[in-house]
Design a protein. Structure first.
Length: 72
């Protein structure tokens, strides 16, 4: 899957994301669901497990930068 096709996909945080932390998200891709290592897109935010996020950048093969999909 190329970088452009991952951008904009929604996922759910399965491991807390934050500064100094490598979190994890699950994203529906290629007819299934896959786990990716995740970092906050702004570099400073903390995103707790269970939060819905949107992929803003994909670094192949398994790393994404994400932002919250909805304001809380």
């Amino acid at each position: 899957m190329d970088d452009a096709s991952m951008v904009g996909l929604m996922g759910r945080v399965t491991g807390t994301i934050g500064p100094g932390l490598v979190g994890e998200v699950i994203v529906r891709v290629r007819g299934g669901a896959e786990h990716f290592l995740a970092h906050p897109a702004d570099g400073t935010g903390r995103i707790e497990a269970g939060t819905v996020v949107m992929v803003v950048e994909h670094l192949p093969p398994r790393t994404v930068y994400v932002t919250r999909a909805y304001d809380s």
